[in-house]
Design a protein around this ligand. Structure first.
Ligand SMILES: *[C@@H]1O[C@H](CO)[C@@H](O)[C@H](O)[C@H]1NC(C)=O
Ligand SMILES: *[C@@H]1O[C@H](CO)[C@@H](O)[C@H](O)[C@H]1NC(C)=O
Ligand SMILES: *[C@@H]1O[C@H](CO)[C@@H](O)[C@H](O)[C@H]1NC(C)=O
Length: 398
């Protein structure tokens, strides 16, 4: 068969040899051209595929952040007027909101130490959403660090000169906030029993605001008034610019477990109605003191019974979302628990029941904070690190 075919072709070749050669040549070039076109197309397709893969990979990496950002922008428009100080995320967190089980370490991933990429018993934090950074009371290093999100190390913004009581020294600071204008850091210099103010612009500009105070937690309300918990006398006081005494807004009736008392209050939170929430550490409870109240309301645990034993074991940090859900870091169970408004039961939102240093674990959680996107930041005291739990947007769709 093939032989006869060939013969045929040869025959025609004999008929007009020149024309056939030309045709063959053209054919040859056409084929080569075709091969070139095909190769070129394959190349283009390959490049496009590679590009798409790169984009997808990057998108996946940034998924959480960008998705959150867009939701936030949406929600910010309606709620921005009340957003300030420690006043929470604009994302409407509710009693179904979940956070990713595994956190990322945003500061202190190199273990306990005094290098700039390490922490030593961190205690209090303050999130500066506008400048995408976190301020950390790095207690054991007697310094305050400012750590930009994503940075590999922090920068010392106060203290860091060994412990001592010189004006530029700190002694085991427990908390830090920025004032409303973000010009000053206000620091609970616990070991020196004083509250100090340090200028962000001029490191020489430092001032003792209050002396002889066993301060622990700090909070600032929408007006820029400062709230300070005093574990020595068992109260929370509010200080307005120029105050010399301050006003007791929670406790103030000696250390004790009555509703009008507190016992070694730790971190505090102030909501937009000027209600003060207090982690009442020694009483194993969280109290809410409304503005002008003469006694507090027990908000966690809701109701203690055999079915619902008091799960609070040394609550240290407390924050509240826009729906009034209360989040408590529990030093003794290494978890963050949520009490929905009026709920009797609570549920753990992050952390395992046992201490550990894995990404889903905590050991002695302390201060807490949300950022505007609703991500949850936890001071992981005994792991000497700050953990960020991303809000799980997939779980928040309705
Ligand atoms: C925060 O950001 C503003 C504007 O981007 C800048 O001027 C300011 O110095 C920053 N503050 C700190 C404390 O980094
Ligand atoms: C937290 O727990 C640790 C370890 O048990 C303990 O040393 C520390 O005093 C506790 N802190 C508070 C504020 O409860
Ligand atoms: C959760 O929120 C919904 C609506 O906001 C409410 O009906 C429900 O009672 C809440 N659950 C708890 C346990 O508070």
């Amino acid at each position: 068969m093939s032989m006869s075919d060939r013969v045929e072709v040869d025959k025609s070749a004999v008929v007009n040899p020149n024309k056939t050669r030309l045709r063959r040549l053209l054919e040859h070039f056409r084929r080569r051209k075709l091969i070139w076109i095909i190769s070129f197309n394959i190349l283009i397709v390959t490049i496009i595929v590679i590009q798409i893969t790169i984009i997808l990979v990057n998108k996946n990496k940034r998924e959480t952040t960008s998705a959150t950002l867009s939701t936030t922008t949406l929600l910010t428009t309606t709620t921005s007027s009340t957003t300030r100080g420690q006043l929470i995320s604009c994302v409407v967190t509710n009693n179904n909101t979940k956070w990713k089980k595994n956190a990322i370490t945003i500061a202190g991933e190199y273990g306990q130490g005094n290098a700039l990429n390490q922490l030593n018993w961190p205690s209090g934090i303050y999130i500066d959403d506008d400048n995408q950074s976190i301020y950390i009371a790095d207690s054991g290093n007697h310094r305050i660090l400012r750590w930009e999100f994503g940075a590999r190390r922090g920068e010392v913004v106060a203290g860091g000169k060994g412990y001592g009581n010189a004006i530029d020294q700190l002694d085991y600071p427990l908390d830090v906030v920025l004032d409303k204008a973000k010009k000053y850091l206000i620091i609970c210099d616990q070991g020196n029993r004083r509250l100090v103010r340090s200028s962000r612009q001029n490191s020489q500009d430092q001032q003792i605001l209050i002396s002889y105070i066993f301060c622990w937690g700090l909070a600032m309300d929408n007006n820029g008034d400062l709230y300070i918990s005093d574990y020595g006398t068992g109260n929370v006081r509010r200080w307005r610019e120029g105050d010399t005494e301050g006003t007791v807004v929670a406790g103030g009736n000696g250390q004790g477990n009555e509703l009008n008392q507190l016992n070694e209050p730790n971190y505090i939170f102030v909501d937009e109605y000027y209600s003060v929430y207090v982690a009442d550490d020694r009483n194993n409870r969280v109290m809410k003191w409304k503005k002008h109240a003469t006694e507090g309301i027990l908000v966690a645990p809701g109701q203690v019974s055999d079915k619902n034993p008091n799960l609070l074991s040394r609550p240290t940090g407390v924050i509240v979302d826009r729906k009034g859900n209360i989040y408590v870091s529990i030093n003794g169970t290494h978890q963050i628990w949520r009490w929905s408004t009026d709920a009797i039961e609570s549920d753990p939102v992050v952390g395992e029941n046992l201490p550990g240093s894995g990404s889903a674990e905590l050991e002695n959680p302390y201060d807490l904070s949300f950022d505007r996107q609703g991500n949850l930041y936890v001071v992981d005291l005994s792991n000497h690190r700050i953990q960020k739990f991303f809000i799980d947007l997939d779980c928040n769709k309705f």
